[in-house]
Design a protein around this ligand. Sequence first.
Ligand code: UD1
Length: 449
Amino acid sequence: MRGKDIFSVKQSNSIQPILINGQDRPESVLRIKGKATLSGYVPISGAKNSTLAIMAATLLCSGTSRVRNVPAIVDVQKMIDILRAVGVKITSDHNALDIDAKDLSESHVPYELVNQMRASFFVIGPLLARLGVARVPLPGGCAIGTRPVDLHVKGLQALGADVIIDQGIVQAYARQSRLQGAKIYLDYPSVGATETLMMAATLAVGETVIENCAQEPEVIDLANFCISMGAKIYGAGTKTIIIEGVDQLHSCEFGIIPDRIEAATFMVAAAITRSTISISPVIPDHLTAAIAKLEEIGAKVILESDRCIRVEGQPRYHHTHIETLPYPGFPTDMQAQFMALLTLSEGNSTVKETVFENRLQHVAELCRMGANIMLQGNIAVVTGVSSLCGAPVMATDLRASAALVLAGLAAEGETQMQGLHHLDRGYDQLEAKLRNLGATLYRQPLGSE
Ligand code: UD1
């Protein structure tokens, strides 16, 4: 085991954020009993994608940031390792992190820490803004697509950095002692590029205007965190963000928003198992696309309060058409879970993936469970079947792993899922939360089942 450990996936039903390392466990298989009926209430953790960006943003401040409502997931552990590698001190207290970047000294992030998580690249903006230099390895390819960083690089160049890519390392140097405000147009509303450039511009000289920004709630959360540190940012959540650079930022305390993707995953869990569950805390406005699609196919979604949603599953669902798009469009991070649900909905549905070029690998695994899905390029044509059957399956990426768990809960018989490191990257105690709702699922070391 290495370092101070922060995460554990517990086999018990208690949902306490426990801080130990999730990375070094032996390979396991997740056994999921089918035909589950769920009931009760499920608590939603802090948003993974907000947390990772906000952790990167703590590098902008020479004091200590306290970040609350941090999910206990492996990606957060990886970001902790990256921040420590550049000289930051981090302590944890339940699900809060105290991040002290006063002694930020190192501009180079080691490759071993970057290669498994694309979000680690987001530190390039804050490192460059604070130190005037940043050397971060390219995040490389990943299971869901090539995921280039050209938009990040072009934006940093506009802000006054010289950028060279040498032996797989992106090296950025501020031409003057500080970055300079600029007008930037993003060819595509990339979440990561919007976040990188917004962070970098907070400490630049003068005004930066970023056009065609991502409007995701996590971009707003990051902006709010930076504003809590004293940054001047206007328009986050719209297509144009304006940042007036300041000389320095100060310590702050900040709570992460609830994870809309985790919440929507549990909404699909209720629907696919024909169960009723309440999900809280949520920000219903962040779930508009998922709610609309659930209602369109016939599930009942009830706002119990402005922080709580109840989903009532129904015996039958209709088909629908889904196309993933930047926010407020249907989230690519929910595509796989909805596809699992549509395999059990009547008629022909289509699911078109437009955000990532290779994010349909779960199709083959769902078909192993008896789904009827034809792939035509980036479009999956899903013909509903009356039931799925449990099978051995392999998780191919984070959201695919959630989709297979959902399919396994609804299927006849038992599903055994491998590739659990994908699940651990982004879901905070998914299994314990499902067990609390009445599901039967547990891990076993691979080969002992
Ligand atoms: C973030 C989320 C991820 C989500 C995705 C889209 C985090 C940590 N991750 O990822 O969960 O699925 O948004 O909502 O927040 N692109 C380029 N050049 C660039 C940057 C992006 O071509 O410089 C392309 C990507 O290859 C992809 C598309 O733009 O095809 C969207 O990527 P982007 O919005 O940047 O996603 P991430 O920030 O990586």
